[in-house]
Design a protein around this ligand. Sequence first.
Ligand code: SF4
Length: 104
Amino acid sequence: MKGLFGMGKKKDVGESVPAHDGKWLVQYDRKGCIGAATCEAVYPERWSVQGSGKAELKGSKSGDGIIFELQIDNSELDRMKAAAEGCPKNVIHIINRDTGEKII
Ligand code: SF4
């Protein structure tokens, strides 16, 4: 929790919008997926469970076939958060690309 006090004390009164540009990084660990399909039920535009019994994160990329990544903007954040929160295996995470904070 660094940065709460001390440096960077600039105050923009009335400015409550976070500093990031609305870009979020979704990270999905396919290895831990059990195919429960909660993600698909919540956000079918981005998630689907194939015959393999593992979820597919539509539009994502992976370097190793295990961790899949996708950048989204604020317009998708609520639905992606709902999918992540509903995942019984907690294999979906969302990271603020500006701060590095993992919000889920
Ligand atoms: S909710 Fe989680 S465990 Fe279930 S299919 Fe989606 S990613 Fe896999």
